[in-house]
Design a protein around this ligand. Structure first.
Ligand code: MN
Length: 257
């Protein structure tokens, strides 16, 4: 058995037709982590997952909106007990976002502190041009939960540090299309790798990737691991099972089932 497809980072609420995007997940039987970019978006995005326990919804606070949404931190705190998934969170060191670095770090630190106090969460993390800062910050909140670095584009040294720190990685099509990305795959511990789309932001040709459209990362992982794409899919599915099972401190919420 190959196990179901896994998309651990997908913005269902940002597709042109979010209801259709959510319905397509039921059709494929995929496990999808539906991430949000603001606490205000959580309630509506959660409704998209109704009736499909294979879609879980993550409470997010994207670094690129941290400075505009600062006041939503209290809403984040209020919702956090309802979910065991947090994201998209993180830091963004690109020139457009760097002017708001202070607000970004305050939001990221607060979110990690709250997650730690809540007993730990599964975290999907943005680290563009900020991999080292993300790993350093995570180290200060060791109880925040299981950190999954999504669409990792850091250097070899940053990757090694993230691996040593215990981070997981979710790998998507754009990442495996670059030589550097494919080189990174080889260094990632096989038992800490998941697949993602980052749809609708990540594209295939001139259209956004559909939820759970992870054939390309599976092919790249298969080539790295010297196995078939179906075997890679099976490894990813068992990784997800283990990720969810080990985050046991929150026991009142539905796991992936
Ligand atoms: Mn994203």
């Amino acid at each position: 058995m190959a196990g179901a497809l896994v998309d651990l980072h997908c913005h269902l609420d940002l597709y042109p037709d979010p209801t259709a995007a959510a319905a397509s997940c039921a059709g494929s039987g995929a496990y999808v982590l539906s991430v949000t970019t603001t606490p205000k978006a959580w309630r509506g995005t959660l409704a998209l997952a109704r009736g499909n326990p294979r879609i879980q919804t993550a409470l997010g606070f994207h670094p690129q909106v941290a400075h505009e949404r600062f006041r939503e931190l209290s809403l984040f705190e209020a919702i956090l007990p309802e979910t065991r998934y947090v994201g998209e969170i993180g830091l963004d060191g690109t020139p457009e976002s760097k002017p708001h670095w202070r607000e970004q770090t305050r939001v990221f630190e607060r979110v990690l502190q709250l997650s730690e106090r809540a007993g730990g969460r599964i975290l999907t993390i943005h680290s563009r041009r900020a991999a080292q800062e993300v790993v350093d910050t995570l180290a200060r909140f060791p109880g925040a939960g299981k950190a999954i670095l999504h669409w990792f584009t850091g250097s070899k040294t940053e990757l090694e540090r993230a691996i040593t720190a215990g981070c997981w990685f979710s790998v998507g099509a754009p990442m495996v299309s670059s030589q550097r990305g494919r080189a990174a795959l080889a260094a990632m511990p096989r038992d800490r790798v998941l697949t993602e789309t980052d749809g609708p932001f990540a594209m295939t040709g001139d259209r956004p990737l559909a939820p759970a459209e992870v054939a390309r990362p599976l092919e790249a992982l298969a080539s790295t691991w010297h196995c078939t794409p179906l075997e890679a899919q099976s490894i990813i599915a068992s990784n997800l099972k283990r990720l969810v099972a080990t985050e046991a401190k929150v026991d009142t919420l539905e796991p992936y089932g």
